[in-house]
Write a protein that binds this ligand. Structure first.
Ligand SMILES: [Zn+2]
Length: 279
């Protein structure tokens, strides 16, 4: 990510992190990247790692990099410990997120620093997180929502002490699909982005209106995570085909169209994020 994220911040565009959940996701993201000539990041959660197997995951990402010739990263999403980050790096990941956001600030800084030190020694980039990025299903009050937001001065200090390559901060988005309005704190993004040289990461990018995405990029977001929208597109396509045809039994007959539906989602995001033709 150290290759293309600085370009994104300087050029005021964002690179999408699209989560890989199986082969169809990987192929859809790669095809979209090739069609748009866009850099991209494969995000892999610990749950997806368990599901796919770490060796399969790395092999698929390598095949995608070779086939596409695009600048891509294989990134651990929300890594929970130093150990899992190291396991991924040893297996061939080019980037890891260490999510210490649930720890007190001092502890988050201390743990993230350890990951950065080890990862940078191996040429691997690191994303850190500050503040609490909840799920849309989390039922929290306005006070709680405010308390969960990242404090700019803490975010700046976190960057200075850890040396992360990009920083996820809680600015009002949530994981999952939104039902109501998303209130993004552009002022927080701007304040932090101005003070640190690395881009801000926006988690919970699914379902955020296009105009809000553009404003967030303008304010200093250089990496945007999208997963739920692809999951919904994939599942809707499969549901539609199976609902119409009770006799279909060849998985390729519904997984193929599911993949195609995801290609459309990812291409649209790449254009919206401004990463098209930036490879
Ligand atoms: Zn996230």
């Amino acid at each position: 990510m150290t290759e293309f994220l600085p370009k994104a911040k300087a050029g005021k565009f964002a690179v999408g992190q699209f989560n890989m959940n199986n082969l169809e996701f990987a192929k859809a993201i790669t095809e979209a990247g090739m069609a748009e000539q866009s850099p991209f990041i494969f995000g892999v959660s610990e749950g997806a790692l368990k599901y796919m197997g770490i060796e399969y995951t790395v092999a698929i990402a390598k095949a995608a990099a070779e086939e596409s010739g695009l600048p891509i990263a294989l990134h651990l999403d929300h890594g929970s410990s130093f150990e899992v980050a190291m396991k991924c790096i040893r297996a061939g990941f080019t980037s890891v997120m260490f999510d210490g956001s649930h720890y007190p600030l001092e502890e988050n800084i201390r743990l993230t620093k350890e990951v950065v030190k080890a990862a940078h020694a191996m040429g691997v980039s690191v994303e850190g997180e500050l503040g609490t990025i909840g799920g849309v299903e989390d039922d929290i009050s306005v006070d709680e929502a405010d308390a969960a937001l990242a404090k700019p001065e803490e975010a700046i200090r976190f960057y200075e002490e850890t040396g992360v390559d990009c920083l996820a901060i809680a600015v009002g988005t949530a994981h999952g699909m939104y039902k109501g309005e998303v209130k993004i704190r552009y002022d927080i993004i701007e304040q932090v982005a101005k003070a640190i040289p690395v881009p801000i990461v926006l988690h919970g990018g699914s379902g955020v209106p296009d105009e809000s995405i553009r404003r967030a990029i303008e304010a200093g977001v250089g990496k945007i995570n999208v997963n739920t929208e692809n999951q919904v597109a994939c599942t809707n396509a499969i549901r539609e085909i199976l609902g119409k045809d009770a006799k279909v039994y060849d998985p390729r007959k519904y997984l193929g169209p599911a993949k195609q539906a995801m290609v459309e989602v990812v291409r649209e995001k790449m254009r919206l994020f401004g990463s098209s033709k930036q490879a």
